[in-house]
Design a protein around this ligand. Structure first.
Ligand SMILES: *Cc1c(COP(=O)(O)O)cnc(C)c1O
Length: 402
């Protein structure tokens, strides 16, 4: 039967420790989660500033729905472009320092828009090996050649660019890598893009709101400004706490996306209330409350790294809210996740294909909504879990990258 194949594929995933499951939360997003009636201290969310369940943001979203309704009724180009979207785009352009911004329903869709809009057959995309899945899919959709370089290896990228005879070139990278928490060398990437006349597309899903003055993102963090060849994608469902995403770029690029991007044109605009919620979140994030949250998050990160200095597993070198604990083996990562869960701690195990084979990890995500005591509780549990060490993970840790 045609479905037997699926059943055996699912069984195989189960045996390999790769079956994915969901848990239903009976509480809003935040460190204090309730799952199946059990209270859990959660370290899973990308809600880095604790804004996802913020009462002010929720109120702005509710008021937005009262004023503008629940739905937008159509795609942006037909009749779904309600005023809150227009205001939000202006705000996002100012916030990121680009000429213009275009709002998308999700970051996945924004990435699928950018790459095919700029390159096609006969062109080449130079992509970091650890790029997010949505960037990988975006290259495939564009039909351009997919040239992958070793993680953050600028010498390799330079060689590949120099060898390429592609008509148009595009460099594609996460600004902060989602499963490792490290920063791409943005200045060097921009210099190479300039030298080889390439586009540079940066995905700042994990830097926006967290890095830089006022949380303006990875570029601002490194003192880099907008440039005509630079295109920024930012998401609004992570540190910004709501949902949606945007592309910020020159007026020309944004106008071209508006004319051609299929994931923009052929989809219903998201709820106008979402735009109202995002506007409120941006105001908080860019103000003194946002500064306090970012400072607290930095204290939590430093505290965790210090507390786990002698842990049986090592943390990958990240200064971000993403603090991956390298385990290696899929089953060992799952066993550690389950062990923590029994103690009321929820930390997700991340396995292939999300990360390279042999680099399964616990992805500890910190949020400004955590307390130092929360971090201590996690650290103590990990320090007392060494009986779960598997010999391969302990003796020959697989390098996390490449
Ligand atoms: C989460 C994420 C996306 C997708 O954004 P959504 O708004 O969740 O669709 C894209 N790129 C990176 C690096 C991400 O982490």
């Amino acid at each position: 039967m045609i479905w037997n194949e699926l059943e055996s594929a699912l069984a195989q995933r189960r045996e390999q420790g790769l079956l994915r499951t969901r848990r239903t939360l009976q509480s809003p997003a935040g460190p204090q989660a309730v799952v199946d009636g059990q209270a859990l201290l959660a370290f899973c969310s990308n809600d880095y500033l604790g804004l996802a369940a913020d009462a002010r943001v929720a109120a702005a979203l509710a008021e937005g729905a009262q004023r503008w309704g629940a739905g937008s009724g159509a795609s942006h180009l037909v009749s779904g472009h309600l005023e809150p979207f227009e205001q939000l785009e202006a705000q996002l352009a100012t916030f990121t320092g680009f000429e213009r911004a275009l709002f998308f329903s999700t970051g996945y869709m924004a990435n699928l828009a950018i790459v095919p809009a700029l390159v096609g057959r006969g062109d080449a995309v130079f992509a970091d090996r650890l790029n997010h899945a949505s960037l990988i899919d975006a290259v495939q959709l564009s039909r351009a050649d997919h040239v992958r370089y070793a993680h953050n290896d600028m010498a390799a990228l330079e060689r590949l660019l120099a060898q390429s005879s592609a008509r148009r070139k595009l460099i594609l990278s996460d600004a902060v890598f989602s499963m490792d928490g490290d920063l791409a060398p943005l200045r060097e990437l921009l210099a190479l893009a300039e030298r080889f006349d390439a586009w540079l597309v940066l995905d700042d899903a994990h830097g926006l709101g967290v890095l830089g003055p006022q949380g303006r993102g990875s570029l601002a963090h490194l003192g880099l400004a907008a440039a005509p060849r630079l295109i920024l994608m930012g998401t609004l469902g992570k540190a910004v706490g709501v949902s949606g995403a945007f592309v910020a770029a020159s007026t020309t690029v944004i106008e071209w996306l508006l004319q051609t991007a299929r994931t923009y044109i052929f989809t219903t605009a998201s709820s106008p209330a979402v735009a109202c919620g995002v506007l409120a979140a941006l105001e908080i994030l860019a103000g003194s409350d946002g500064d306090a949250r970012r400072a607290h998050l930095q204290r939590l990160i430093a505290h965790l790294r210090q507390a786990l200095a002698d842990a049986p597993w090592r943390l990958l070198p990240s200064h971000m809210a993403i603090q991956p604990l390298h385990v290696g083996d899929n089953h060992a990562a799952l066993a550690l996740q389950q062990h923590l869960m029994q103690q009321g701690l929820w930390v997700p195990a991340i396995r292939p294909p999300t990360v390279p084979a042999g680099t399964a990890r616990l992805r500890i995500s910190l949020s400004a909504a955590h307390t130092l005591a929360d971090v201590d509780r996690l650290a103590v549990a990990l320090l007392h879990a060494s009986h779960l060490l598997t010999p391969p993970a302990a003796e020959t840790p697989t390098p996390p990258c490449n």
